[in-house]
Design a protein around this ligand. Structure first.
Ligand SMILES: [Fe+2]
Ligand SMILES: [Fe+2]
Length: 204
């Protein structure tokens, strides 16, 4: 039945109203075919949606940390607040990029829509009051892994489009996302090590 439906039904959605001429002119200075522009705008919209949820994930993690506390060399409130600020900064940067390209940053592109669905489970785990901080961080790691990989893809896309200035602008968020990913990984490794050496009681 799934096979039949997958062959029959239409798409999740469409890109909003034709990309303005400004977009076509701005991207690489060359006249790109519309589907190419749509790819870039769809992916920018996807990251915009993701960063917005990223801020909310850190809000939930901070509340959890305040309630449950952390561990030796685990996350601090300051670090979580810094990462939250990074996500908010990335959101604002993407908004600017889209406006400069002549696109509407409030439009929910098909990939932005899907990013919301993909993130739904992570948001549920992190905001569930019964989950522990390490459990919530594990769910959050899924988000950071996808986020860092997607920023990498976005920088590559801007490069492929010959948009050197845009690619340059996106490299700072990429570096920060790689740091988020590696830091969350380190926190979780440290937590497991403390449990193994008997310093921490494992509660799950
Ligand atoms: Fe992010
Ligand atoms: Fe992040």
């Amino acid at each position: 039945m799934r096979r039949q439906y997958a062959g029959e039904v239409g798409l999740i959605g469409h890109m909003p109203a034709p990309a303005s001429l400004r977009v076509v002119e701005n991207v690489g200075g060359a006249v790109l075919r519309r589907h190419k522009v749509h790819l870039l705008l769809d992916k920018l919209g996807e990251r915009l949606a993701f960063e917005r949820t990223g801020v909310r994930l850190f809000d939930a993690l901070m509340a959890k940390l305040e309630a449950q506390g952390s561990w030796d060399r685990g996350p601090t409130l300051e670090e979580l607040a810094q990462f939250r600020a990074d996500e908010a900064h990335h959101f604002a940067l993407l908004q600017d990029v889209l406006i400069n390209l002549g696109a509407d940053p409030t439009a929910v592109t098909p990939s932005a829509d899907l990013a919301g669905v993909e993130l739904a489970g992570i948001v549920q785990v992190v905001s569930d009051p019964r989950t522990t901080l390490p459990q919530a961080l594990h769910a959050h790691l899924v988000a950071e892994l996808v986020d860092s990989a997607s920023w990498e893809q976005l920088v590559g896309l801007a490069d492929d489009f010959g948009e050197a200035a845009l690619a340059h602008k996106l490299r700072e968020p990429l570096a920060q996302e790689l740091r988020h990913r590696d830091t969350v990984t380190t926190w979780l490794k440290r937590h497991a090590a403390l449990v193994v050496e008997g310093t921490l009681k494992y509660s799950a």
